[in-house]
Ligand binder design. Structure first.
Ligand SMILES: [Zn+2]
Length: 342
């Protein structure tokens, strides 16, 4: 089987306060997805912890020390980011799962790896925990891919929130392309279409802010007009995905209206691109997704797409005009015109 799932039975030990969206029930959903995959004959492996050296490519030493000091303790790192006594170890496993995913894909043992992790990572900054995130799992994986010989790494982030931590990590680095689709205006406040990168990295940050209420057709339009053409021109050596499921219509935190099938379609679009650009090498790392039924159904759809032969993406039919997608794509194309052909 060309696809492998990386998941740990310990993810539930990252306990957040009762009622918090990142409650341990999210780990149960991931466990169920992994169990189902195993039942179908798929491979599921447990991650090992990320090393200090791997984390230090993305986080500064003082921050790593501060997070390590939360081991054994329940701490509020900011108004919505918490640790339980086991969170430090579980977060090391989450970053380690992302590392493991990229190693398997780069090493050629598997074409595609899906790391089912919590806590999520894309809000974590170099020096700061934020938005439920401790270590920036996908950024750690991207930095690791560079050390494994990938000259160009693309990260596509379809979590409903902008991945401020990931953007900041690579905004001055032309070897890592960051593409984000997110609700706007919304938490964390970054991700305007005019944010296109800094210095040598100008043009390698692609932001697709979408007004609340965006539907399947809006996402399809920005994929067709911006995400796919930019990735094709960038020609990554490996494709990473920050796979958040909180743009789902059932999600209690955000206000987008994606149906489950769109998560399959986005995965399919990205899989096809990876096939075209980089021998199919793709590693997905989970981010948010707070309606448990929607999370389970979306993950199930994604796994099915990954396990099937590459085919035409099956975007759901939509009779709503994609006005939000149109506005987002037009703004992005204008901002990025100096760097990419559309
Ligand atoms: Zn999110």
């Amino acid at each position: 089987m060309p696809v492998i799932l990386i998941s740990s039975e310990r993810f539930a030990e990252h306990q957040t306060p009762p009622g918090h969206p990142e409650g341990p029930e999210r780990a149960e959903v991931m466990d169920a997805v992994a169990a189902q995959w195993r039942k179908l004959g798929g491979e599921v492996v447990a991650p090992r912890q990320a090393t200090r050296e791997q984390l230090a490519r993305v986080h500064d030493a003082d921050y790593l020390r501060r997070i390590s000091e939360t081991a054994g303790r329940a701490v509020a790192l900011d108004q919505d980011t918490y640790t339980s006594p086991d969170s430090y170890e579980v977060a090391l496993l989450a970053a380690g799962a992302a590392i493991d995913a990229i190693e398997r894909v780069m090493g050629g043992s598997h074409k595609v790896a899906l790391a089912l992790v919590r806590p999520p990572g894309h809000h974590a900054e170099r020096h700061r925990a934020m938005g439920f995130c401790l270590f920036n799992n996908v950024a750690v994986a991207a930095a690791h891919a560079r050390t494994l010989g990938a000259e160009r790494v693309a990260i596509v982030d379809f979590d409903v929130h902008h991945g401020n931590g990931t953007q900041h990590q690579f905004e001055d680095d032309p070897s890592v392309l960051y593409v984000s689709l997110h609700q706007w205006p919304y938490y964390p406040g970054t991700g305007a279409s005019a944010e296109t990168g800094v210095g040598a990295g100008r043009g390698f940050t692609v932001n697709l802010p979408l007004e609340a209420g965006a539907v399947d057709a809006d996402y399809r339009l920005v994929f067709d007009e911006v995400v796919v053409p930019v990735l094709r021109q960038f020609k990554p050596d490996v494709l990473l995905v920050s796979a958040g499921f909180d743009a789902h219509e059932r999600d209690p935190l955000a206000n987008m209206r994606l149906t489950t099938a769109s998560f399959g379609a986005m995965t399919s679009e990205l899989g096809r691109l990876a096939e075209e650009c980089c021998q199919g090498r793709m590693a997905l790392v989970t981010e948010g997704g707070y309606d448990l039924r929607a999370l389970a159904a979306s993950l199930d759809t994604v796994v099915k797409v990954l396990a099937s032969p590459i085919s035409e993406p099956q975007w759901p039919k939509s009779d709503v005009a994609p006005a939000r997608g149109r506005a987002s794509a037009d703004a992005a194309k204008q901002a990025l015109a100096p760097f990419w052909g559309f």
